[in-house]
Write a protein that binds this ligand. Structure first.
Ligand code: ZN
Length: 325
């Protein structure tokens, strides 16, 4: 039909959000119109995964981006994005609260608009995790790179000496069990203590459902299959103040495979507002429905700064097209 078309994988982090998110963007123009360019990166960010070539019959097509190797602005960090938001607890459901500080970065000023501290902060709410998950989150150290592998098995501080195993008392008054390692893994060294939680670790026989353990601070399923899954790196992982978000998800779960969803120094998952900031939604945007609906609306979106960068290129192409006619 004579349409011109081009494709490219754009990294949202290049356009001023504190997040790695790559998306295939296809641009097309009707015959006679100018085909838009892709926006050049404005912020330094990894170019990894942005190269893309496809073969159609005997023709090889490279993506239509003119990448530059540098950019005028630095990467936006988690700190830039959310260090001005008030501390909240696991399960916080206060839909409106005051900001309790001034904006501390250029990004925060952009998100807050006027920056007036008397304004109302909306949707700084986070999912309520069960008491066992809450306890696990509280034992993830506040150090960069922490994840489930830092969880203690014996919890000395809260130990309950009358019970046979040293266990942790949860916020609902119940107690956890200590994770037992009854098997030797075929992958472990001779002088190491047992590492296997299921008979499949020995290499002799498959999984035995009676080996499954419940209500432990270290989730049984993680050491169970860690050898086959890159040690489940990043599960129960904290965000880093100087890092950026993994691709923002539609439902933050500490055991989700999508990446780190714990706050850098609070014992909870990220709030709706923090996720919205990671996507570059100004604070005046309102989301609707329950907390899961709101997370879904945020997580499914094209980040507004990426949309705006594309929009400016489309506008330039339209102006160039009309000047041609
Ligand atoms: Zn098994």
């Amino acid at each position: 039909m004579g349409y011109q078309v081009t494709f490219g994988v754009l990294q949202a982090g290049h356009y001023g959000v504190p997040q790695t998110r790559r998306r295939l963007i296809i641009l097309a123009a009707a015959p006679g119109f100018v085909l838009p360019n892709y926006p050049e990166p404005a912020h330094v960010f990894s170019k990894r995964g942005c190269q893309l070539a496809v073969q159609v019959a005997e023709h090889k097509y490279n993506n239509g981006c003119n990448w530059i190797m540098s950019a005028p602005y630095r990467t936006i960090t988690v700190r830039d994005a959310m260090s001005d938001l008030p501390n909240i607890k696991n399960g916080c459901n206060r839909k409106e609260m005051p900001y309790d500080s001034e904006p501390m970065s250029c990004f925060q000023r952009q998100m807050r608009g006027s920056g007036d501290t008397s304004e109302i902060l909306r949707d700084h709410i986070c999912k309520e995790m069960a008491p066992l998950v809450e306890a696990r989150m509280s034992y993830i150290p506040l150090a960069p790179g922490s994840d489930w592998r830092d969880l203690p098995n014996m919890v000395k501080f809260y130990c309950w000496r009358d019970l046979p195993n040293m266990v942790c008392r949860l916020s609902d008054g119940t107690y956890t069990n200590k994770l037992r390692y009854p098997y030797r893994s075929k992958k472990q060294a001779k002088n190491e203590p047992n590492r296997g939680v299921c008979q499949c670790a020995t290499g002799k026989g498959g999984c035995d459902s009676s080996d499954r353990q419940f209500n432990t601070i270290i989730p049984w399923c993680l050491p169970h299959t860690a050898d086959r899954h890159n040690h489940w790196s990043g599960l129960y992982g904290r965000l880093e103040w100087n890092g950026f978000f993994s691709t923002t998800v539609t439902n933050p779960e500490p055991m989700g495979k999508q990446g780190r969803v714990l706050h850098p120094d609070q014992h909870r998952v990220v709030s709706v507002r923090e996720c919205a900031r990671s996507q570059g939604f100004p604070d005046r945007y309102q989301f609707s429905g329950n907390i899961l609906d709101k997370h879904r609306q945020v997580g499914n979106a094209v980040p507004p700064p990426l949309g705006a960068a594309l929009g400016r290129e489309i506008k330039k192409a339209l102006i160039a097209s009309f000047n041609k006619f």
